[in-house]
Write a protein that binds this ligand. Structure first.
Ligand SMILES: NC(=O)C1=CN([C@@H]2O[C@H](COP(=O)(O)OP(=O)(O)OC[C@H]3O[C@@H](n4cnc5c(N)ncnc54)[C@H](OP(=O)(O)O)[C@@H]3O)[C@@H](O)[C@H]2O)C=CC1
Ligand SMILES: O=C1OC[C@@H](O)[C@H](O)[C@H]1O
Length: 407
């Protein structure tokens, strides 16, 4: 899977001449020293690339279960400031490391986030933040107690295109939100049969791995999840043939009700996630099924946001106004209602995410408390309350499907 992302990113960077930006990026005198737990496949795209154009952060270390593997990744990607560690514990024990990125299998996210916080590090951790909402609450308690930042890597939430859709929805111009539908699917064979995503012991499963669908439905359904109630009406899994506790696919219907939105009436939501869409007649890979879209039905319009997790590549948002029958197209790659004036056409969702993470860590290092940093205007963020609320929907979905909350 990640080789596809690497390829796509390579073409994107070539098209936008990013190599010259990398060459001209001067690091500050004391850039944030970031360590990485695991020599994961996603790291080149999600962290090495964004760090290469951010002036105030460097990759100082990579830890893997085998030091040889960490070394090999450092050499392959020419990470000149990084040293290799033969265990995650060793990296966390290094006082030079100020923050960590955690791209481990889902079932290890909570454990290593807690260990990192207790070792005094700020944490950027892959989605899903944990295996269940109770673990997120524990992370929240420890983040507050240690005063260290934790960010779940819902990178799509940092892109100006997501903020544009959010502002169109929340503007009220099209009336209240009535329904939000999200779909994310991957053709079978994209991931190996023994991939971390197909292992219950590592908190795999399509609902967990493609949690973006739940993040998106909830982000657009109500202005804030803080006071919202979720009721899962149905959850239908398609089970994995090898691991009887893993959902290869999940289709869920639920409502989100907020007293401050839609006159307190429930917003209907529908999420479809599929990690292994079967091949047509068993021989044709269903590439067309790889469509990823979120659709927001409002009283007076339908807003469609295709490719919502990867709008940096290309996107076209459509607003079909029911009163005028006019269809308006929008796109946004920089600036916008949350960033105001920031970004560049070539910034990926991961680059925007890193910008927000470093800003927030710096604010805390410069004396702001976590709640003060939360309230800073104009900075996009995914707070732990939101992470908890989205994870709690996944908990309910697994319960409703009869599979039990993930461990
Ligand atoms: N934001 C995004 O766009 C994407 C996010 N992700 C997320 O990133 C995370 C990693 O995904 P991905 O890079 O594809 O996965 P990989 O399998 O490539 O990497 C997982 C890493 O976890 C480590 N690990 C530790 N314990 C285990 C174990 N018991 N079994 C297997 N691996 C172990 C391995 O590290 P070591 O090197 O120490 O052996 C490995 O490098 C997942 O949480 C996934 O959801 C993935 C793809 C895209
Ligand atoms: O962006 C993504 O696409 C495919 C998934 O398997 C992966 O984990 C996810 O983050």
């Amino acid at each position: 899977m990640s080789w596809v992302l690497d390829l796509v990113l390579g073409v994107h960077n070539w098209r936008h001449g990013v190599s010259s930006v990398v060459a001209s990026t001067k690091k500050t005198t004391s850039p944030l020293r970031l360590g990485i737990l695991g020599a994961a496949a996603i790291s080149p795209c999600a962290i090495f690339d964004p760090v290469s154009t951010h002036p105030d952060v460097v990759i100082s270390g990579i830890a893997a279960r085998s030091k040889i593997k960490a070394d090999a990744q450092i050499k392959r990607y020419k990470l000149q400031h990084a040293r290799a560690y033969g265990s995650y514990e060793d990296l966390l024990a290094d006082p030079e490391i100020e923050a960590v990125y955690i791209p481990l299998p889902n079932g290890l996210h909570a454990e290593w986030t807690l260990k990192a916080l207790r070792a005094g590090k700020h944490v950027l951790v892959e989605k899903p933040l944990a295996s269940n909402a109770e673990q997120v609450r524990e992370i929240k308690r420890v983040s507050e107690a240690t005063g260290k930042v934790v960010l779940e890597a819902f990178h799509w939430r940092f892109h100006p295109a997501a903020h544009l859709v959010k502002s169109l929805v929340d503007s009220g111009a099209y009336g209240a939100v009535q329904e939000v539908r999200a779909r994310m699917a991957v053709p079978a064979g994209t991931m190996a049969k023994d991939d971390i995503r197909f292992q219950y012991a590592l908190a795999g499963g399509s609902c967990m791995d493609l949690l973006y669908a739940y993040s998106a439905t909830s982000y657009f359904a109500v202005p804030s999840l803080r006071d919202a109630k979720v009721e899962v009406l149905s959850a239908v899994p398609r089970m994995n043939a090898r691991d009887g506790k893993i959902d290869d696919a999940m289709t869920a219907d639920y409502t989100i009700t907020s007293p401050s939105a839609n006159n307190g009436k429930p917003v209907r939501c529908h999420a479809e996630t599929d990690l292994a869409v079967p091949w047509l007649w068993g021989i044709i890979p269903p590439l067309w099924e790889g469509t990823i879209t979120v659709t927001v039905e409002l009283e007076k319009a339908t807003i469609v946001f295709p490719n919502f997790p990867g709008p940096w590549l290309s996107h076209s948002i459509t607003v079909a106004d029911r009163d005028t029958e006019k269809v308006t197209k929008y796109s946004a790659y920089t600036d916008g209602p949350q960033w105001v004036r920031r970004g560049a056409r070539w910034w990926t969702t991961y680059r925007y995410q890193l910008e927000a993470f470093v800003d927030r860590v710096r604010a805390v290092q410069n004396g702001k408390s976590l709640p003060e940093a939360e309230e800073m205007e104009g900075w996009p963020w995914v707070g732990l309350e939101e992470s908890e609320a989205v994870m709690a929907i996944a908990d309910q979905v697994y319960e409703k499907a009869g599979l039990g909350v993930r461990k």
